[in-house]
Design a protein around this ligand. Sequence first.
Ligand code: ITT
Length: 197
Amino acid sequence: GRIVLATHNPHKVEEFAAIVAAYRPDVEVVGYDGPEPVESGTTFADNALIKARMACAHTGLPALADDSGICVDVLGGAPGVFSAYWAGHKKDAVANLELLLDQLSDIDDSHRTAKFVSTIALVLPSGKGHVVEGHWPGRLATQPGGDGGFGYDPIFIPDGQPAGEERTVAEYSAEEKNAQSHRARAFAALAPLLAEL
Ligand code: ITT
């Protein structure tokens, strides 16, 4: 069957295509170029459902949407749902991560803990909706490193790496990121439902 991916972010499309293929190589992931909904929700789950419902209604296909962001403990969970626009109304990844580094300039390493969050909604043409969430814990670097990935990847150092060899996500290969990321973890929780497609 086919499934529509309700995102305008080409990096997410690439990551999802790889992650879905690992579970269901027979499912074709198609892009969505219909109207972009207003993400008026106050939670990742609300926004993911808004996006998936819009794409399902517009195409008649089962729709997947991801609403995601970075949550910094010392900022009380911000940027959170505001991650894409942290430095202003324009989606400017470099400005966003520079502002976040500025906001943490006085914070020492042990208090720079954060997590990436991905909330994925699956909406079926029957109207049934499912929401799952994945977390990827780590901490913020003091300066950007690496040129892979997107968004906040150059300043996020995932937990669980060997001491002295720690890398940002922007220094991971795409395969490594897609095996461990918040998006992969959320998707793992959704995989059983894909059997319904
Ligand atoms: P769509 O709404 O069209 O899917 P978007 O990029 O606007 O695309 P969000 O509203 O969910 O998506 O914003 C998520 C932001 O969180 C994204 O723009 C990045 O700044 C950040 N983000 C999410 N996942 C990330 C990842 O894997 N690596 C780095 N940054 C990420």
